[in-house]
Design a protein around this ligand. Structure first.
Ligand code: ADP
Ligand code: MG
Ligand code: ZN
Length: 485
């Protein structure tokens, strides 16, 4: 039964409760407990050794860089990093898990507490962040009637970020993931690519009548490989819970799979949720002990985080909050914008140029900001020319296009291409007179008191001057023209 077919179901009466479990692959060169390459996309089983193949007697050695990245992520998310955490064995059988257990952290995780600041002003909590290793991959579509195992991913370092059940809508879940991804990218912790599996999301969802304070049973949805699938699956599963309750039924804690092709959520074949992993401390690894001073040094080395950066732009550069969102969506664009603003000595114009000309050009050409030919310094110089009135904004755009293939400085281009703004009264009057003669109707109505035509006439003059006329001066000269042609 679905909620859509039951007209009596009042969805507004129900509240969605969501808690996300996010697995993030750390951007290390090698695996968590051996020296094998952690890179993605190599030939199957090329990156394996006795440790990650689970050969008897092989011993794990913890990757220090993985600890550093995990700590950095935890600090960036406002968590408390514990000086002592413990690796444990999480036992279960799976064909792509050769050891029969995964090394993870159970009751003594690396970090606890924390929050993610979202664009809608909310800040859902983080319960814990722990380190663990990935399993291998079962490949079902390579050989007819057989499953192949690729152990390249076996032992790749992950963190799991367990969120509090404080998310209340599918849209908020998306914002949470977006913010999380942005922070991890900024900090260089992970590539956070859902396509390559370096960001994986399990979504827990339940429904309760608005006003009820207890949580009801949740189901956990796996196989979510895009933010829009997370949203879609949450909506579908929430509607199923509501319809079930409305029909007098109950929801059992269960693992569900999202089938994107069929746009449906269905129970996973095995009854999970009743798993007993028989955790016990990993005897081959000592407790992970971090020096407080080292943790503080990691904190001090964090880059300015995206939310703080946006707040600074809004506060000191006068950028609108929505524009700050656009400009900071990509860390490289954000740095470019900052350099442009510095070079131009002004934030707002820099924001308009970067959001307008630069991003439009990049979208169109598919290029990246890293090799964009109009460097921040050159764009800053162009903005300075426009601001100072040496070239009009229309001519500025023409110069910008030229700069994409011409390494000359914007001023030199303006001089060479005759794009310097004309503010000389006699030249402007000559253009106005021509416009007066060519558009007698508009000119007469303007002279007769229809002031709203002023903009139209300025437009004609700008066109005639090929964008070179100083529009402020044209406006002033027009205002004093009171005679019909
Ligand atoms: P487990 O230890 O079985 O994985 P947790 O209590 O750690 O269970 O919760 C796992 C995830 O499920 C967390 O992200 C949490 O926020 C979420 N969660 C727990 N209870 C609910 C609920 N009633 N509704 C929605 N999400 C929930
Ligand atoms: Mg869990
Ligand atoms: Zn290995």
């Amino acid at each position: 039964m679905s909620a859509a077919t039951n007209a009596a179901v009042d969805m507004a009466k129900w509240e969605m409760v969501v808690g996300l479990e996010v697995h993030v692959q750390l951007k290390t060169r090698t695996k968590a407990f051996c020296g094998c390459s952690a890179s993605f996309g190599d030939a199957p089983n090329a990156n394996t050794c006795p440790v990650c193949l689970a050969l008897p007697g092989a011993l794990p050695v913890l990757n220090a860089h993985a600890v550093e990245l995990a700590t950095r992520a935890a600090l960036a998310l406002g968590c408390t990093v514990h000086e002592r955490s413990i690796f444990a064995r999480k036992n279960y059988f799976y064909p792509d898990l050769p050891k029969g257990y995964q090394i993870s952290q159970a009751d003594r995780p690396l970090a606890t507490g924390g929050r993610v600041q979202l664009a809608d002003g909310t800040a859902p909590g983080i319960t814990r962040i722990h380190m663990e290793e990935d399993a291998g991959k079962s490949i079902h579509d390579r050989y007819q009637g057989a499953t192949a195992i690729d152990l390249n991913r076996s032992g790749v370092p992950l963190i799991e970020i367990v969120g509090e059940p404080e998310i209340r809508s599918a849209a908020q879940a998306s914002l949470y993931l977006k913010a999380l991804r942005e922070i991890l990218l900024y900090c260089g912790v992970s590539d956070v690519s859902m396509e390559e599996g370096s960001l994986r999301v399990d979504a827990n969802v339940s429904a309760r009548p608005r006003g009820e304070t207890e949580f009801r049973n949740r189901t956990e949805i796996k196989n979510l490989n895009s933010f829009s699938n997370v949203e879609r699956a949450l909506e579908l599963e929430f509607a199923r819970h509501v319809a079930t309750y409305e029909a007098g039924g109950s929801i059992a804690q269960q693992t569900m799979l999202f089938d994107a092709a069929r746009q449906e959520v269905r129970p996973a074949r095995s009854k999970e949720g009743s798993h007993d992993y028989r955790y016990f401390p990993e005897p081959d690894l000592p407790p992970l002990v971090l020096d407080a001073a080292w943790v503080e040094a990691q904190r001090a080395a964090l880059p300015e985080l995206p939310a703080a950066r946006r707040a600074r732009w809004v506060g000191t550069l006068g950028i609108a909050a929505a524009d700050a969102e656009v400009l900071s969506a990509d860390a490289a664009v954000a740095s470019y914008f900052e350099e442009v603003a510095k070079a131009a000595g002004e934030g707002k114009a820099a924001a308009n140029w970067v959001m307008g000309e630069v991003l439009a050009t990049l979208n169109e050409s598919g290029g990246s900001i890293a090799d964009f030919p109009v460097t921040a310094a050159r764009l800053g110089a162009l903005i300075t020319l426009v601001k100072g009135g040496a070239v009009s904004s229309t001519a500025g755009k023409t110069i910008f296009q030229t700069m994409r293939t011409d390494a000359a400085e914007p001023k030199a281009i303006a001089e060479r291409d005759g794009l310097l703004q004309v503010g000389d009264d006699s030249a402007l009057e000559a253009w106005i007179s021509e416009v007066w003669a060519e558009h007698p109707d508009e000119a007469a109505r303007f002279a007769g008191g229809e002031k709203k035509l002023q903009g139209v006439l300025v437009g004609f003059v700008m066109k005639k001057s090929k964008g070179r006329a100083d529009p402020k001066k044209v406006n002033a000269l027009l205002s004093s023209r009171q005679t019909a042609p």
